[in-house]
Each structure stands twice: as C-alpha cells, then as structure tokens.
Ligand binder design. Structure first.
Ligand code: NAD
Length: 355
C-alpha cells in the first residue's frame, strides 16, 4: 500500500510501516519508548507489535482499562504519573497502540507531558485506522460530554497494519464502517457507491477501502488542519451523533452505544435535515437511510430521550455564538457547513428515523 503523506507526518502500511518505525526508533533520537495499550490491545496486539519492533531503546508498557468511560482527565493523570515514575523525559516517545480511545487520550497526554513529547499512532480498530489516528485531533471527554478537552497536534507517524483487525469483534468493525460511509457521503459519491451492496464486498477489498478512506480524511485535514472550513465536513452526522453518544454514556441512561453506532444514527438524522432543506433529494435520503439501516441495528428513542439529546446539542464543539451548527449534505459527495436547524426539524428527523 502506498504511503500517504500529511503535512508533518506520513501514514505507512504493513511491512514498510515497521521498517519506518525501526528507522525512527533509534537511541540518538529517543531515550525511552512507552507503549500505551488497553487490556484488549495488550492481549491481542502488543505481542504482534513487539515481534515486529526492531529497536535498541528500552520499552515500558502502560496499560489502561478498556472503554470510552476512561477517556477522561483522571486517566490522563494516571498516565502522566506513570510516565514520570518510569523515567520519561522530553526525549521519550509514546506509541499509542489501540483504538480511538487510546490514540485520543495518548495523543493528548503526549502533547502535554513535559510540554510535549513525540507520539506515534498504531491503530488497531477499523475506526482508528480510517479516522481517529489521522489528523492530529487529541483529547478527552469532560464527564459524559465528548471531546471537550483537547489539542490539535499531529503524530510523528501513523503505522497501519490491518492484521490487527483479525481479532476485532464484528460490532467494532461496523463502528469503523460508519466513518468510511461518511467519507463517501461527504467527499466522493463513487466511493459511497462501493458500499451500496456490502454483500459483494470481499475481505480483500477492505485494505483498498481503508487506504481510500485514509486518503479522503487526509486530503480534507491537510487543507484545513485547525477546522475553520472544509474540515467541518468530517463532522457530518457528528452533531447529533455525539449528543446521542453522550446521552448513552450518561450513568444509568441506557446501554452504551459504540461511537460509530451513534454516528450512523446521526448521519441518517442529518441527512433528513438536509432533505428538508432541499439539499438532498428524497431518493438520496432514502438510499442513505436504507444502506445505513442495513448495517446497523435500529435504536429506539423515547420522546424523553430526544428531548435530552437536543439539550446536549448546546455543548457541541462546533457551536459558535451559542448557535448549534450542522454540517449537512449538499447532494451525495458534497457538503454545506455552518447550517442551523430548528428543534421541530430535529424531532421530525427522529420520527422519520424510527419508521
Ligand atoms: P476503542 O478505542 O474503545 O476500541 C474499541 C474496542 O476494541 C475496545 O474495547 C478495544 O479494547 C478493542 N480493541 C482495539 N483493538 C482491538 C483488536 N485489534 N482486537 C480486539 N479488540 C480490540 O474505540 P474506537 O472505536 O477505536 O474509537 C472510538 C473513539 O475514537 C471515540 O472516543 C471517538 O471520540 C474517537 N474518535 C476520534 C477521532 C479523532 O479525529 N481524533 C475521530 C473519530 C473518533
């Protein structure tokens, strides 16, 4: 797979990835290597990485508990503490080996430890390969509110090895697929068309699709790293998606939804709003709804749930001057940023989703 070049780093694939890693991890550059894992990536991914890692530098492992509920400042404090106790200095490097929770939190910890050390992302979920590990957004949740604390800084390198996906559960694969579908919807209608009949897709196709998705995200990010314009396109489905995810994260609310599962619902709802604003035809909307619903299980929302989810919209990071801003579709493959919607339209979107 061809290397994808971003502004300050590159995304390397498979064997070339490990060769690049060996070239990067030399004693004249780094004093110590820290590998951040969670319980699952420690078990399923760390042995494979260590088998492929060629370096003379001392390695320390820091292991976290699994899950979004740990993507918070308390866990950062634990990792800062571990780095400090294990002798981390400004020449240390942190390798984030895991899904989006590990790369978001690990990236943030690295950017802030001793005013910033290098970090390398080695994504092990589909979602983190095509999305979370790319583009330099790092951060943690504030309570149940998603990604409120964070920083934009790019990794030193990203190494994608799709062999890690062999142990990833099916629901986590689907979660990553949501972001791939989004890439087609916001940027490339031909790419979207490839997902029209998922039954025709073979596992061999997956590597190419992952490469294409990374290319789409990287093209957008390279144009607008700090999200003043085109990068907002990546937020399609995320205004309502994040509010839904936050709502489901709340203690005692419901069973937790995976990020991609929440985004999948968000994309249907925001496609409905796009249709009602005459940006999308009814046929296009029905196609999007059909394809997404074919992959993801329907979620039930009571009127109380919807009310609470709408209340959460005021915490969205894209809001400006107290107004909730949506990225909507302007036909399949194109977007319109900074759009507003009244609550009735949002209620109607939920109503139509549940039919
Ligand atoms: P995750 O990191 O929680 O990983 C999902 C699950 O898969 C976890 O239980 C993990 O332990 C397990 N796992 C990881 N790799 C595995 C493997 N190879 N085999 C078996 N199990 C494995 O979640 P995620 O879906 O990867 O990422 C979601 C997070 O990413 C959210 O916090 C979201 O906000 C964030 N995100 C960030 C960006 C960004 O630009 N920074 C973009 C999209 C999403």
């Amino acid at each position: 797979m061809q290397t994808i070049t971003a502004t300050q780093y590159s995304v390397y694939f498979d064997l070339e990835g490990y060769e690049t890693l060996a070239e990067l991890l030399i004693p004249s550059r780094y004093s110590k290597i820290f590998i951040l894992v969670d319980e699952n990536t420690s078990q399923y991914c760390l042995p494979h990485l260590l088998n492929n890692l060629v370096t003379e530098i001392e390695i320390e492992i820091i292991e976290l508990e699994v899950g979004e509920i740990h993507k918070n400042i308390e866990t950062c404090t634990e990792v800062w503490g571990a780095l400090s106790e294990l002798g981390g200095d400004r020449k240390s490097v942190l390798i984030n080996l895991g899904g989006g929770v590990i790369s978001d939190l690990g990236g943030f910890v690295a950017c802030t430890f001793k005013r910033g050390i290098d970090f390398i992302n080695i994504p092990t979920t589909l979602l983190s390969m095509v999305d979370a590990s790319i583009g330099g957004k790092n951060g943690v949740d504030l309570g149940n509110l998603k990604n409120q604390i964070g920083i934009i800084r790019e990794p030193k390198a990203v190494i994608v090895d799709t062999q890690f996906l062999n142990t990833l559960p099916q629901n986590e694969m689907r979660s990553g697929l949501a972001e791939m579908l989004k890439h087609g919807l916001i940027f490339d209608n031909k790419y979207w068309d490839k997902f029209k009949d998922l039954k025709d897709l073979h596992t061999d196709d997956l590597n190419n699709l992952i490469h294409q998705s990374i290319q789409i995200k990287n093209t957008i990010v390279c144009e607008d790293l700090t999200e003043n314009g085109i990068r907002k396109s990546l937020n399609f489905g995320h205004t309502l998606g994040h509010a839904i995810e936050s709502y489901f994260l709340e203690k005692n609310a419901k069973t937790t939804l995976l990020h991609g599962e929440a985004i999948a619902v968000g994309m249907i709802l925001e496609s409905y709003i796009s249709k009602e604003k005459n940006l999308l035809t009814n046929e296009e909307y029905q196609e999007i709804k059909y394809i997404i619903n074919d992959v993801f299980e329907k979620i039930e929302f009571t009127p109380f749930d919807i009310e609470k989810i709408i209340e959460l919209l005021i915490f969205d990071k894209k809001n400006e001057f107290g107004k909730v801003k949506f990225t909507l579709l302007d036909g399949i493959g194109k977007i319109k940023i900074n759009q507003e919607s009244d609550n009735t339209l949002i209620y109607n979107a939920f109503k139509d989703y549940s039919i």
